[in-house]
Design a protein around this ligand. Structure first.
Ligand code: ADP
Ligand code: MG
Length: 259
């Protein structure tokens, strides 16, 4: 069998595409047989690994991509960068632990959640990003159509589920109980990263039921890291820098459109 045919049968597309380059390099460097084989297989492996990352990135449905490297920790002194670096090591995902990111609008909650999600994807884990609103629409629709069980099951597959923006909209009783069921399903099995503009004390109002909110927090926080960002809005800083705002501003003046 000819080499291109063999590579095709073995589904080594990446090596096939780079074959000439890999061979040329081996000749130039006068590699021995084993080193050449290793280089060739590495080219295939690298390609497959990157394809896996790309596929998981698409599946994660991040609204935009921002990395941890793009996060300016100097701007947010209340945030412990060692703690974030520790999370980026992904042992929390390995253990199925949770991350809660709290803080007012614009301080980088969604940025951090997405950045940790990207790290997870790069480390080989599956991830899914949903706003609380999108999650609720999905679960309520499933409940109405008698397929709640399947929907909950699907939402336990991603190793990292990001639920963004808890607290902006209060939930109905049905929604709160659906959220509780999801948290119970994932508890100790797979990680949640949630963001909220409300402190835990206010979650009773968010979930329209203090008892249920306590039950949710109990499971969410049992194995978890909370990042409490107390700083200033990054969006406002950028506007101020551009001269669009005066000095004295309050979070209410914040424009919440995503980039
Ligand atoms: P939040 O979710 O807390 O409302 P975002 O994560 O949406 O805030 O951040 C608002 C915008 O500001 C985004 O474009 C984000 O990338 C950027 N941003 C926020 N904080 C930082 C930071 N410390 N360094 C770099 N960019 C930041
Ligand atoms: Mg946000």
């Amino acid at each position: 069998m000819e080499l291109p045919n063999l590579l095709e049968k073995l589904r080594m597309d990446h090596l096939e595409a780079q074959l000439d380059a890999v061979c040329e390099q081996a000749a130039q460097r006068q590699l021995d047989y084993k080193s050449f084989l290793s280089q060739a297989l590495q080219a295939e492996w690298q390609g497959r690994f990157q394809r896996g990352i790309d596929a998981r990135l698409r599946q994660a449905r991040f609204p935009w991509l921002k990395t941890l490297e793009q996060f300016e920790f100097d701007f947010q002194p209340s945030l412990d960068r060692r703690q974030v670096r520790e999370l980026a090591g992904m042992s929390f995902v390995e253990r199925g632990h949770n991350v809660v990111v709290l803080g007012p609008p614009g301080v980088g909650k969604t940025h951090l959640a997405i950045a940790l999600g990207i790290k997870a994807v790069e480390a080989g884990y599956s991830a899914l990003f949903l706003t609380l609103e999108a999650l609720m629409t999905r679960l309520v629709k499933a409940a109405n159509e008698n397929r709640l069980e399947r929907s909950l099951q699907q939402l336990t597959y991603p190793k990292v589920l990001i639920i963004d923006e808890i607290g902006y909209l209060p939930l109905s009783n049905l929604e709160a109980s659906l959220f509780f069921r999801l948290v119970v399903r994932r508890y100790e099995r797979a990680s949640l990263i949630v963001t909220s503009n409300k402190s835990f004390l206010d979650w009773g109002d968010v979930f329209n039921d203090p008892v249920l909110a306590t039950a949710i927090l109990d499971r969410l926080l049992h194995y978890s890291t909370t990042l409490n960002i107390k700083g200033e809005s990054y969006r406002l800083k950028e506007k101020r820098r551009a001269g669009l705002l005066g000095r004295q501003t309050t979070p209410e003046q914040e424009v919440t459109s995503e980039p």
